[in-house]
Design a protein around this ligand. Structure first.
Ligand SMILES: CC(=O)[C@@H](O)[C@H](O)COP(=O)(O)O
Ligand SMILES: NCC(=O)COP(=O)(O)O
Length: 247
């Protein structure tokens, strides 16, 4: 069980691609954003190749595979098309996420407990290509224990409900749920990551949870980058989470 204060920042560049796709242009290029993020201290780059290709495209993933100095965390739905693509690019990390076409964003965690055989088969298949597989789940004991049973070495706890909480009580309850989830994951022997909806104003409490390995953050970074530049946005976030993790 790791209880060190070291915490990693995974920079999700999906929404750089969102801006590009909005006009069908060649810019802004998420590959450039990834390289800038690495220079500014990102420990890894996260991309979600959605089934509907609303932001990241295959071209982005293929280029990133060649140019990243850090490592790619490839988020994907559990579909045969994505399995085949992942086998082709062999990313260092793969995060299995739930996906529906109509959703605005990833609304909840993967139901691992409800489909253990299917997820176990996917984890086994993707582990064979040398990728570390994590499961994007809610901070729920049932899902965490199922994640361990299907053989995933890592989980990423969905922090969306915490990020969306409005009242102090709600925020405290959601934060406690994440803390309990982290402890449960560590007790199960899992690497515990977290992400979704994290922002400069809400990230410190999550970064301060002992034992979290990595935070994946995207939308807030891209939004802030409009005003301070991508490198500045990443460097600011990295400084914030490192300082919070030290306390
Ligand atoms: C799984 C997840 O949380 C990320 O992929 C992130 O949310 C990307 O943004 P969209 O959900 O808006 O595609
Ligand atoms: N898995 C979460 C992620 O990569 C980033 O989510 P968000 O910060 O864009 O909400």
């Amino acid at each position: 069980m790791t209880t060190s204060n070291r915490i990693l920042l995974g920079v999700n560049i999906d929404h750089v691609a969102t801006l590009r796709q909005a006009r069908g242009t060649r810019y802004p290029d998420p590959v450039k954003a990834a390289l800038d993020a690495e220079e500014a201290g990102a420990d890894g780059i996260t991309v979600h190749l959605r089934e509907d290709r609303r932001h990241i495209q295959e071209r982005d993933v293929l280029l990133l595979k060649d140019v990243l100095q850090t490592r790619m965390n490839f988020e994907m739905g559990v579909t045969e098309e994505m399995m085949v693509f992942a086998e082709r690019i062999r990313p260092a990390h793969i995060c299995l996420v739930p996906e529906t076409r109509q959703e605005l964003t990833t609304e909840g965690g993967l139901d691992v407990a409800g489909q253990e055989a299917r997820i176990k088969a996917a984890v086994e298949r993707l582990s064979k290509i040398g990728s570390e597989v994590s499961l994007f789940i809610d901070a729920d004991e049932r899902q965490i224990q199922a994640s361990r049973r299907v053989g995933a070495p890592a989980i990423e706890l969905h922090t969306g409900r915490y990020a969306d909480a409005t009242t102090p009580t709600e925020v405290a309850d959601e934060l406690q749920r994440i803390i309990d989830g982290v402890n449960c994951g560590l007790n199960e022997g899992l690497i515990v990551n977290a992400g979704h909806g994290l922002h400069y104003h809400n990230v410190e409490a999550v970064a301060a949870i002992k034992g979290i390995n990595e935070l994946n953050i995207g939308h807030a970074l891209v939004a802030h980058a409009l005003f301070v530049g991508f490198k500045g946005a990443v460097a600011e976030m990295k400084a914030l989470i490192l300082a919070a993790a030290k306390h």
